[in-house]
Design a protein around this ligand. Structure first.
Ligand SMILES: Cc1cc2nc3c(=O)[nH]c(=O)nc-3n(C[C@H](O)[C@H](O)[C@H](O)COP(=O)(O)OP(=O)(O)OC[C@H]3O[C@@H](n4cnc5c(N)ncnc54)[C@H](O)[C@@H]3O)c2cc1C
Length: 418
């Protein structure tokens, strides 16, 4: 099933081993492949092949560009092209529409492996696959699927446009309005914090067609940039700086009536549903990020000597490293457990919220510790460790803040116990 992505990824990659160790100083051993899961035997052979292929793409192709993209706050177009060429932008899209026809777990593996090297590239792939592609696969008409899925799988980056200046956590208080005029909808309003929007050409936009109905007026539209979507501002951020985040303005944006996704007034349900899944994607991103920081810093602790011995052999360091390894294992179990539940058709909303919350916390903790384990060099931009820590902060904010995840979990507990 999944063979096409793994095959495409494996066959077109040429490992360049010299670049593997580039991230840190050349004399120090960095093994981005240091972690091989032994306690989790639930991955299929195909999933493991995919992991290996994506790891090679991430290390060999993305790795050499990470620092430059971060410093320039710009995604290199060759990385976007590379992701499409490797079949990593249509992971769950049916092969008839140009995708790999693979599983949700496979998407998470891709997101996790990319995040080990660059969380910016990871979130670009995540939003495109787990939000936009999923909505069109699940709710698009045959005509919409025939028209957009091949583009999304093969060439065209996309954005998910829900948040606005005045509606973040309270997303369904959105102010963007849509009015029907003949065979078009006319959209007016603006969206804020939209990932991928600087490079994207396909946009899913949530707008209210009847504010008197409250959230039941929210409708999902599919639009293309050439319809007149304007980028008002590109944010300068603390982390994931290569991932574009923009404010978009819609001034009488004209969208054909056939571009409503699902049906009128169903946008709320579509967004809630996809964000429940999407949160597992962010959990995978944060898990990969934390593992990437761990893999960079820990080998250094066995090479760097102070007081006549490797710093990693002092008990004070050993215990911190062991604690981080436990945190990582728990994040991994929560993330893939939530994914498997979703795939098996079991309820997973609470588990997804737990996975996202925990992985975000672990990402901050482990990447913060990794800086300290490497001492002064960990604090420099040369090592790339500090970037993981900057990038980790976003995990507690997007696709529902940590407070919102706790609120979701608490609601389930109340239902179960009251
Ligand atoms: C880099 C980046 C990329 C993003 N990408 C996208 C994207 O592609 N598409 C998109 O639609 N959106 C995107 N977002 C928006 C993101 O989902 C929102 O920023 C997030 O939902 C939080 O909204 P807010 O920023 O308005 O914060 P607010 O909602 O104002 O929250 C501020 C603080 O108040 C707390 N808070 C709010 N309500 C409650 C409550 N009921 N109980 C307890 N605490 C509460 C929050 O937890 C938080 O700590 C992105 C944001 C960023 C920063």
């Amino acid at each position: 099933m999944f063979r096409s992505a793994a095959f495409r990824a494996c066959s077109s990659l040429r490992p360049r081993s010299a670049q593997v160790a580039r991230g840190f100083s050349t004399s120090r051993c960095i093994r981005s492949d240091a972690y091989v899961p032994t306690s989790l035997d639930t991955f299929t052979e195909e999933e493991q092949m995919l992991r290996e292929a994506v790891r090679r793409f991430a290390v060999d192709v993305v790795g050499p560009k990470v620092r430059e993209m971060d410093e320039n706050e710009k995604m290199d177009p060759s990385i976007i092209k590379g992701l499409f060429e490797q079949g990593l932008m249509g992971i769950e899209i049916d092969p008839d529409h140009g995708g790999a026809g693979s599983s949700f777990t496979s998407a998470l593996i891709v997101i996790e492996e990319l995040a080990k090297v660059d969380p910016s590239v990871s979130v670009m792939c995540d939003v495109h696959n787990t939000l936009v592609n999923t909505i069109i696969r699940k709710h698009g008409t045959k005509e919409q699927q025939d028209k957009f899925l091949p583009l999304l799988a093969e060439s065209t980056l996309s954005s998910f446009c829900l948040s606005e200046p005045a509606s973040g956590s309270d997303a369904f208080a959105l102010q963007t309005r849509a009015k029907k005029e003949g065979d078009h909808w006319i959209l007016n309003g603006s969206k804020m914090w939209i990932t991928n929007s600087y490079e994207a050409d396909i946009f899913l936009i949530f707008a209210n067609i009847d504010p008197s109905k409250g959230y039941k007026g929210i409708t999902c539209f599919i639009a293309t940039k050439d319809m007149g979507i304007k980028i008002a501002k590109k944010e300068q951020k603390l982390g994931i700086r290569a991932s574009s985040t923009c404010t978009l303005n819609f001034d009488d944006l004209k969208i054909p009536v056939e571009n409503v996704i699902g049906s009128e007034g169903k946008g709320y349900k579509i967004a809630i549903e996809v964000l429940n899944e999407g949160r597992i994607g962010i959990a995978a991103q944060m898990l990969g990020l934390a593992q990437g920081a761990f893999d960079k810093a820990v080998p250094y602790t066995y090479q760097r000597k102070q007081f006549g011995q490797p710093i990693g052999t002092f008990q004070g360091m050993q215990f911190q490293i062991a604690q981080a390894a436990i945190d990582l294992e728990a994040a991994r179990l929560l993330t893939y457990n939530a994914a498997r539940r979703k795939e098996e058709g079991k309820p997973f909303t609470k588990e997804a919220a737990m996975a996202k919350y925990w992985s975000s916390q672990v990402a901050q903790r482990v990447s913060g510790s990794a800086i300290e384990w490497a001492g002064g060099v960990g604090f420099t931009r040369e090592t790339g460790i500090e970037k993981y820590w900057r990038d980790s902060k976003i995990g507690a904010i997007y696709e529902g803040t940590s407070n919102i995840q706790l609120q979701t979990i608490a609601k389930f507990i109340e239902k179960e116990y009251s």
